[in-house]
Design a protein around this ligand. Structure first.
Ligand code: MRU
Length: 345
């Protein structure tokens, strides 16, 4: 790997600094978030995105909400924190990491003796989540790299890289670790309409690390498999259910269906914090985003004025299409009900 590692998030002097991902690849710049309201807005507008990163940002967001607490009464302070925790969790409903991380920090607030120690205790918990997720990304890389052989071409969708985590990535962690072991790996990245996380972010961070990458339009994925140029598919996840259903960026499902047809292994890489052992597949909320993201390209309307758009941000890939799930605790294979239960236990 060359160049300085990307650091999507840093906590400096009581302020959260995040790379504004809406500016990439043109500009690599940090935006300062000193207030929980700013954190909510940054998540909603996708200045920060990617399930594990959203989780950690939400955790620090709850730390920042302590500034809004003006009461010396601990029970009242916890009620106020609960309100902010719920607001944070609702900013993006599909990924499970956000709820997981915010609840962890909120639970820490129930352990303190008085209001004056809230900030310190919550910050300690947010830092622990940050460090845990960074460590998880490294372990995903280690376990997953065994799947890749020298010379492989990997197709990925959206961005499940350093920029979607606190560093190193999930599916791109697997690629990075394999490259660090000396394997020659090249990547095909879908552009990922409508917000172009593939061409803007995945291509940016792989180019930054000098890992060969080519961008395709989303609809070219099946043709690449038909041509036989894709050895493995590697994607991230926003929520993996106990059944092995994988919720990920819209467009993942057609890639998985094509992979099954053409016999290409379809792998998912995600930390255990992305596994949701509770929710039923029928209850997963698929975020519906603003129609403008589809109807406009680079600020210019491309569809007739009279036409509306549908803009689901995620889809759900059934377990029958998933070859394996790389987690920070090792590989899970079918039947996922059993393998995920033992890994997340
Ligand atoms: O809408 P986004 O950009 O937040 O969606 C991101 C994805 O779908 C990623 O694949 C997923 O969060 C996994 S990131 C390690």
């Amino acid at each position: 790997m060359t160049g300085k590692n990307l650091e999507p998030l840093r906590w400096r002097n009581g302020v959260l600094e995040v790379i504004d991902q809406t500016l990439l690849p043109a500009k690599l710049a940090y935006v300062r978030l000193g207030d929980v309201g700013q954190v909510c807005a940054a998540i909603k507008t996708m200045k920060v995105r990617g399930a594990p990163l959203i989780g950690v940002v939400g955790a620090y967001g709850l730390v920042l909400s302590v500034k809004k607490v003006k009461t010396p009464d601990l029970a009242e302070a916890q009620t106020q924190l609960r309100k902010w925790a719920d607001i944070l969790i609702q900013t993006r409903p599909t990924g499970v990491n956000l709820r997981w991380a915010v609840e962890r920090v909120f639970n820490a607030s129930t352990e303190v003796g008085d209001v004056s120690s809230l900030k310190e205790v919550l910050l300690k918990e947010a830092d622990a989540i940050f460090n845990g997720e960074l460590e998880a990304a490294r372990r995903i890389g280690k376990y997953g790299s065994a799947l890749l052989e020298d010379g492989d071409t990997v197709l990925t969708h959206c961005n499940a890289g350093a920029l979607a985590t606190v560093g190193y990535g999930t599916s791109l962690a697997v690629v990075r670790a394999a490259v660090e072991q000396g394997k020659r790996i090249s990547v095909i990245s879908t552009e990922t309409r409508p917000l172009l996380q593939g061409s803007r972010l995945t291509a940016f961070e792989l180019a930054h690390d000098k890992i060969p990458v080519k961008v395709i339009v989303d609809s070219a994925a099946a043709q690449m498999m038909a041509r036989g140029v894709v050895d493995k598919i590697l994607v991230g996840a926003d929520r993996i259910l106990r059944t092995g259903h994988v919720t990920n960026k819209i467009g993942t499902l057609p890639i998985a269906l094509s992979a099954k047809f053409y016999g290409v292994p379809f792998y998912v890489a995600a930390p255990v914090s992305t596994v949701d052992m509770v929710t039923d597949p029928s209850r997963v909320v698929i975020e519906e985003r603003n129609q403008r993201e589809v109807l406009y390209v680079a600020g210019r309307r491309v569809a007739p004025r009279s036409v509306e758009a549908l803009n689901p941000a995620f889809d759900v890939t059934p377990p029958e299409l998933v070859t394996g799930i790389v987690t920070d605790r090792g590989m899970a294979g079918p039947p996922f009900v059993e393998s995920l239960r033992s890994l997340s236990g």
